[in-house]
Ligand binder design. Structure first.
Ligand code: HEM
Length: 404
C-alpha cells in the first residue's frame, strides 16, 4: 500500500482532486474495503464497476431507505424527510412513486426542451462582461440548471437564485465556505429545511390555482401508490428535484470546461467538429463524475468478493472508482472524448438510475455547442478551487477568460 492507513472518508483527501492512485491500488488488493468513520460505524467501500452494478441491482439486499444515501447516519426526523424522496425509497414504494414521473423525463419529452435550453445559454452568455474575465462556476454554469429546473417546475423566476443557493448549501455541508455555518444561519440541515418550507408554501399556492403544463401540476395531480401527495410529501420531493437537478449539472459543465482546457488537442477536435460534443460530455461524466458515491445499507448478511457484509452495515458505491476500473475501461485514467463504448456509472444504475439523465445530457450538449460557438478564445486564468467534500466531486471556482 502506498498509504499505511488510507482514509477515503476524509473530505480533506479530495481537496487536491480524487485519490485515483489510491483507488487503483485498493481495487487491486481490497476491492471491498472497510473504512472507519469518526464517531459512528464505518462502511464498506465498493470499488469495482461490476460490484457497484451488483449493489445497485439488488435493492432487496442493499436498501436506500433504511439508512439513507449518505455515509453519515442521520437523526430520525431528517431521515424521515429524506425517505420522502425517490432516492431514499425502496421498492415497491419506489416504483409506485417513480412511475407517474417517468413520462415527463423521457428522451422524447426532454428533447422538446432543446430550443429553450439553447435560448437560456445564449441569454447567459449575452449577460457576461465584455472584457471576458469570469469566474466560470458562478458567472456561467450555475444559471443554466437553475433556470431549466425553475421552468420545468413552474417556479417564479425571482426565486430561482435563492433556491439555487439553498441547493448548493444543502449539498455542500462539508465545505463551510459553500455550505454555510451556524453563524450565518445555515447550520446542518437548515438550507434543506428552508427549501422544504418554501415548497410547502408553493404547493399550497399552486393548489389554489388552475393546473398548468408543468411538473408541479403533474406531481400535485398524480396519485403515488394510490394516494395524492400531501404538501409535506411534496416538500421532500421538491427538495430532491431541485437539488438533484442543480449542483450535479453545474458540476458537469464546469468540470467539462476544465477537462477540455487541460486537453487542448481534444478541445480543438471538438471545436473543429461539434458532432463530437455528445461523446465529450459522456467522457466528462466518466472522468469527472459529479458524485463520488451513494450509500446503501445491507438488509441481511451477504458476501461480496469474498467479504462478509453483515445486516445493517453501510455500503458505499464508489462511482469515482468504478469509472476508472481497468477491467472495463482501456487506459482508464486518460481523458478521451473518443472512448466508445463508455459505460460509466455517473448516473447510477438500475433501480435508482438518474431520472434526469436526458435533461443533464441535453444541457451538457447544448451548453458546450453554444459556448464553443460563442467564444473562439477560452483560457484558464488561474487554478480552480475544489469543494471540500467526500461526496461532491465539484469545482468551487474556475477562473477563465472568454473571448468573443
Ligand atoms: C450531470 C448531472 C447529474 C448527475 C451526475 C446525476 C446523478 C445521479 C445519480 C448518481 C443518481 C442516483 C442513482 C442511484 O442511486 O443508483 C441520481 C438519481 C436521481 N436524479 Fe440525477 N443526476 C444528474 C442530473 C439530474 C437532473 C438534471 C435531474 C432532474 C431534473 C435529476 C434527478 C434525479 C432524480 C429524481 C433521481 C432519483 C431517481 C430515483 O431514485 O429513482 N438528476 N442522479
Amino acid at each position: 500500500m502506498t498509504t499505511a492507513k488510507p482514509d477515503i472518508y476524509s473530505p480533506d483527501l479530495y481537496i487536491a482532486g480524487p485519490p485515483h492512485e489510491l483507488f487503483t491500488e485498493l481495487r487491486r488488493i481490497r476491492p471491498v474495503f472497510w473504512q472507519d468513520m469518526p464517531g459512528e460505524p464505518g462502511y464498506w467501500a465498493v470499488l469495482k464497476h461490476a460490484d457497484v452494478e451488483y449493489v445497485s441491482q439488488h435493492p432487496e439486499l442493499f436498501s436506500a431507505e433504511s439508512g439513507g444515501v449518505v455515509l453519515e447516519d442521520m437523526e430520525e426526523s431528517r431521515l424521515a424527510a429524506l425517505r420522502g424522496t425517490l432516492l431514499a425509497m425502496d421498492p415497491p414504494r419506489h416504483r409506485a412513486y417513480r412511475k407517474p414521473l417517468v413520462k415527463s423525463f423521457t428522451a422524447k419529452v426532454v428533447g422538446g426542451m432543446e430550443g429553450r435550453i439553447r435560448e437560456i445559454c445564449r441569454e447567459i452568455f449575452a449577460r457576461l462582461p465584455e472584457d471576458g474575465a469570469v469566474e466560470f462556476v458562478h458567472d456561467v454554469t450555475s444559471s443554466l440548471p437553475t433556470q431549466v429546473i425553475g421552468e420545468l417546475m413552474g417556479l417564479p423566476p425571482e426565486d430561482w437564485n435563492h433556491l439555487h443557493r439553498l441547493a448548493e448549501r444543502t449539498t455542500s455541508q462539508q465545505d463551510p465556505e459553500v455550505g454555510g455555518t451556524e453563524g450565518d444561519g445555515y447550520g446542518p440541515g437548515a438550507a434543506a429545511r428552508e427549501m422544504v418550507g418554501y415548497a410547502i408554501g408553493f404547493a399550497a399556492k399552486r393548489r389554489a390555482e388552475e393546473p398548468r403544463e408543468d411538473l408541479t401540476s403533474l406531481i400535485l395531480e398524480s396519485e403515488f401508490g394510490g394516494k395524492m401527495m400531501t404538501d409535506a410529501d411534496f416538500g421532500s420531493f421538491f427538495m430532491q428535484l431541485v437539488t438533484a437537478g442543480n449542483d450535479t449539472t453545474k458540476t458537469m459543465l464546469a468540470a467539462g470546461l476544465h477537462a477540455l482546457l487541460t486537453h487542448p488537442e481534444q478541445l480543438a477536435a471538438v471545436r473543429a467538429d461539434p458532432s463530437l460534443v455528445p461523446g465529450a460530455v459522456e467522457e466528462v461524466l466518466r472522468w469527472a463524475n459529479p458524485l463520488h458515491y451513494f450509500r446503501r445499507t445491507a438488509t441481511q448478511d451477504v458476501e461480496l468478493r469474498g467479504v462478509r457484509i453483515k445486516a445493517g452495515d453501510k455500503v458505499a458505491m464508489y462511482y469515482t472508482s468504478a469509472n476508472r476500473d481497468e477491467e472495463v475501461f482501456e487506459d482508464a485514467q486518460s481523458f478521451d472524448i473518443f472512448r466508445r463504448p463508455n459505460p460509466h456509472l455517473s448516473f447510477g444504475f438500475a433501480e435508482h438510475f438518474c431520472l434526469g439523465v436526458h435533461i443533464a445530457r441535453l444541457e451538457g450538449r447544448v451548453f458546450f455547442e453554444e459556448l464553443l460557438a460563442t467564444f473562439p478564445r477560452i483560457e484558464l486564468t488561474g487554478e480552480p478551487r475544489r469543494v471540500r467534500s467526500n461526496l461532491n466531486n465539484a469545482l468551487a471556482s474556475l477562473p477563465a477568460y472568454l473571448g468573443r
